[in-house]
Design a protein around this ligand. Structure first.
Ligand code: G3I
Length: 344
């Protein structure tokens, strides 16, 4: 059981879930309860998912289903996410002033983080704020929030989240931090700079979320030493680290299923062996548990991640029939190899 092998080292292991899966897929839910010590809503807490219509028409039902599921089953709950440039309701862009936009951001964060106050272990407050490709000297992603407020939108979001739920750990969640490539190095540098800026301004931030959407073949190389160095830089700033969205695509792997599964498993092993060496890493979430429910298999990824043959991707620890794959063994082994960390 992944949650037990993780817990032996004071690590938390978990997976995404959705209200639809909770209601409609009891065998999958049984697997989640067997394997996971934590859950995160894959989509149900995103702003544009909760609010598809007018400003005052939030739908909390799916988000409540996930939060209640966690509570009833004594699972750690991650909150994903309070603010994401990709998931902003369409009415937000029509607001006519900076002040109105600030009010909408504060309302959103206060309402959602406040509703689950005391029940959420950690919130991805701002998801994916980094974007060196946008050309700013600070490496921040441009977009509606940054254009309206400059980097101060982050201060507003994190301060509001702290007030709404003082016990939740506040996370900056980001992708493209794992590999040995100049563009990822730029993303790492920008993230470190952002954390330092927030700390100088006394903006509350507790953890970095490393998404870790990996590929088992092709793409930039992985350097364990490079990843370790970055994780120790984050730890050196006094923050904890969560691996928040781990999965492994197999778009460039051969069709042979056994070969593919081995490559995927090896990628999990290489990444986790390096990441878990850093004692500040406290939590590992995979972005799904079974290939039955994966954004990669549903082809919600960029097309470059799709397999060109007709075989479905196999990115997660369990297959679509809920049977464990070599990736499951690799993750369990990585937890077994991990040094024990301090509880909490
Ligand atoms: O629910 C509708 C369904 O009614 C409709 O028939 C179907 C047709 O396309 O779409 C369904 O919505 C999709 C939704 O996932 C649920 O499956 C959306 O089109 C699709 O865009 C959405 O993709 C999600 C994506 O974020 C965008 O929000 C993925 O499931 C989700 O895994 C992914 O997660 C993100 C993290 O939040 C942040 N980090 C990166 C990660 C991957 O992009």
């Amino acid at each position: 059981m992944l949650r037990r092998s993780a817990a032996k080292k004071n690590l938390i292991y978990g997976t995404t879930i959705s209200a639809g899966q909770i209601a409609g897929d009891p065998p999958f839910v049984d697997l989640v309860l067997q394997q996971a010590g934590a859950v995160v809503a894959e989509n149900d807490m995103k702003w544009r998912v909760m609010n598809r219509g007018a400003r005052d028409e939030d739908n909390y039902r799916p988000a409540d289903t996930v939060a209640d599921f966690a509570h009833e089953n004594d699972l750690t709950l991650r909150g994903h996410n309070l603010l994401w440039y990709q998931s902003t309701p369409s009415w937000f862009f029509d607001l006519s002033s900076r002040q109105e936009m600030a009010g909408a951001i504060v309302d959103r964060i206060t309402a959602l983080a406040g509703r689950y106050r005391g029940r959420v272990h950690s919130w991805d407050v701002v998801n994916e704020p980094i974007g060196p490709e946008d050309g700013r000297p600070d490496g921040l992603r441009t977009g509606v929030f940054l254009e309206m407020f400059g980097p101060d939108y982050l201060d507003l979001a994190y301060r509001t989240a702290r007030e709404a739920d003082p016990n939740a750990r506040l996370v900056v969640n980001e992708y493209g931090l794992e590999l040995d490539a100049p563009e990822q190095e730029a993303r790492r540098a920008a993230l470190l700079k952002l954390i330092e800026r927030m700390q100088r301004a006394n903006v509350p931030v507790d953890a970095v979320g490393i998404q870790a959407h990996l590929s088992c073949a092709g793409g930039p190389p992985f350097s364990a030493a490079r990843l370790r160095r970055f994780l120790s830089q984050v730890a050196g700033l006094g923050l904890t680290i969560q691996i928040t969205e781990l999965d492994v695509t197999d778009e460039n792997a051969p069709a042979d299923q056994a070969v593919r599964d081995r490559l995927v498993a090896d990628t999990y092993a290489r990444f986790l062996d390096a990441a878990l060496d850093e004692a500040a890493v406290k939590m590992v979430m995979t972005w799904g548990l079974s290939d039955r429910h994966s954004w990669i298999v549903r082809r919600e990824t960029n097309e470059s991640k799709w397999r060109v043959d007709s075989s479905p991707s196999r990115p997660l620890p369990f297959d679509a029939d809920l049977k464990p794959k070599p990736a499951f063994e690799a993750i369990a082994q990585a937890f077994a190899n991990a040094p024990e960390r301090q509880p909490g």
